[in-house]
Design a protein around this ligand. Structure first.
Ligand code: NAD
Length: 497
């Protein structure tokens, strides 16, 4: 039995302290207005804490400190080794507080405690450590110019980076943004989603304890339409990095154009195709089709929400999918045996229910699920749901539902599978299941998407880039490629005597 299974998480939850203040210039502070917003537990619908609700006034103060810290060189001009030392100390502190962070994330986002213990917190630690360790091992370039010139191609920090992150993977996305932006010497303003501010605030407190200089990292909890928009329009912010919906990603691009053309990197929505051929290991593919659809209650941008199945095995395969779907049972996230928590709030539950109705009206067949469940405690739980007999023109196949709903679509052959997979405004993830390497590779290469699994789903780690094609975005998180989004290339051309 692992340690996390022996911990009484419910008892710990009663005693936990929630970080409730913003972080500005190395200090925990209330918002200027003194206003707070209530943060809820999606598993119970009950309030967890009142958290600083920052406004444009706080934003302007935070940007001022970020600019001052950047210009002072206290971080931006430090040697990579010195920055690495602080970042690695920070990682140690995060590791020491792993249980606390896992509990905060579970209470706040409704994620099963086994996921936060085994995936979210270790993932964030790996991201920060791997990136910190890389920074004194990455070299700049010297161009192949004539002997009487020396052309240096350097990577310079952008300056002030704005990071806006969502509620579905609050700590993971925070780590993906903070690791490369801080490692490359920027000063950062982080705006978590107002529904899920706790782990971002807590790790920022630990960053200060680790010795990150004042003003290098500010965390401002607050809404998008007011605070987020103001920051994104801010003329003294040099770059913005975002994970969230495609609609808001388009707004940020517009705000950049209307202000100072701040560099804009976006990780957006998806409607990924999980493509199963008749010659695949069908049991494994069916088991993973359920994982791809229902992990994190389907609130995963990379979810395999379009399940494309070769016609000849359509019914047989769907029986297997139904079997594995029954293994996903919405339950108390603090139970270490739980694999599926609630969705984030009533609004998300309503959205999912409206798509169930739309799917039925469009003529799709409900193979399993479709209902709100376990609502007695006030939580927002939804059954894992599979629609059969879907065609790719239906709204449930085109629009991101962001809940545990999979749409099963039949296809004829390789070309048909590729055509359907690519018939989407999105291009974030996906997978192909086949024992034939020619089929698998042809499909994997042809689907226009940022990540494609072959005989797996959700594959990848910190060593590989993550991001989207088309309306799924343009930036890349993770790997050394992420550094690109937080730096400018600068040429220094030296004429020699
Ligand atoms: P959202 O876009 O509404 O919110 C994301 C963040 O943007 C929040 O912090 C929010 O406060 C902020 N925001 C909202 N309006 C803003 C505005 N006008 N200006 C500035 N900031 C604003 O998305 P969500 O509902 O929180 O998250 C779900 C969506 O995110 C889904 O569509 C999902 O696919 C996508 N997502 C994508 C990835 C990825 O890596 N590609 C990862 C996670 C989630």
């Amino acid at each position: 039995m692992s340690t996390q299974e022996t911990i009484n998480w419910a008892a710990k939850a009663v005693e936990i302290t929630f970080p409730t203040q913003a972080i500005i210039n190395g200090k925990s502070v209330d918002s200027v207005s003194g206003k707070t917003a209530t943060v809820f537990n999606p598993a119970t619908g009950k309030a967890l804490a009142q958290v600083a609700d920052c406004t444009p006034d706080d934003a302007d103060i935070a940007v001022g400190y970020a600019r001052a810290s950047y210009e002072s060189g206290v971080w931006s001009q430090q040697s990579p080794q010195a920055r690495k030392k602080v970042l690695l100390r920070w990682v140690e502190l995060i590791e020491e507080h792993a249980d606390e962070l896992a509990l905060l994330e579970s209470l706040n986002a409704g994620k099963p405690i086994s996921d936060t213990c085994n995936v979210d917190i270790p993932g964030a630690i790996t991201t920060l450590r791997w990136t910190a360790e890389a920074i004194d091992k990455v070299y700049d370039e010297i161009a192949p110019t004539a002997p009487n010139t020396l052309a240096l191609i350097n990577r310079m920090p952008l300056g002030i980076v704005l990071a806006i992150v969502p509620w579905n993977f609050p700590l993971s996305t925070t780590a993906w943004k903070l690791a490369p932006s801080l490692a490359t010497g920027n000063s950062v303003i982080l705006k978590p989603d107002p529904k899920t501010p706790f782990t971002a605030l807590r790790i920022a407190q630990l960053a200060i304890e680790a010795g990150l200089p004042d003003g290098v990292l500010q965390v401002l909890p607050g809404d998008g339409a007011n605070l987020g928009k103001h920051l994104s329009l801010h003329p003294d912010i040099d770059g913005q990095t975002f994970t969230g919906s495609t609609a808001v990603g388009k707004l940020l691009t517009e705000y950049s154009a209307k202000s100072n053309l701040k560099r804009t990197f976006l990780e957006l929505g998806g409607k990924s195709a999980n493509i199963v051929f008749a010659d695949a290991d069908l049991d494994k593919a069916a088991e993973m089709a359920a994982v791809a659809g229902f992990y994190n209650s389907g609130q995963t941008c990379t979810a395999g929400t379009r399940l494309l199945i070769e016609e000849s095995i359509y019914d047989e395969f769907l029986e297997k999918v139904a079997h594995y779907t029954r293994q996903w049972v919405p339950a108390d996230p603090l139970d270490p045996g739980s694999n599926m928590g609630p969705v984030i709030d009533q609004r998300q539950l309503d959205t999912i229910q409206s798509y169930i109705k739309i799917g039925l009206e469009e003529g799709a067949r409900l193979l399993c699920g479709g209902n709100v469940v376990a609502s007695e405690q006030g939580g927002f739980f939804h059954e894992p749901t599979v629609f059969a007999d879907v065609n790719n023109d239906m709204r449930i196949a085109r629009e991101e539902i962001f809940g545990p709903v999979v749409s099963a679509i039949p296809f004829k052959d390789v070309d048909d599978a590729i055509r359907i997979a690519n018939d989407s405004p999105y291009g974030l993830a996906g997978a192909v299941w086949s024992r034939n390497i020619n089929t698998a590779h042809k499909v994997a290469a042809a689907v226009r998407t940022g990540t494609m699994g072959v005989n797996n789903y959700f594959g990848g780690d910190i060593t590989v880039p993550f991001g989207g094609f088309k309306e799924s975005g343009n930036g890349r998180d993770k790997s050394l490629h992420a550094m690109h989004d937080y730096t400018e290339l600068k040429t220094i051309w030296i004429e020699l005597d």
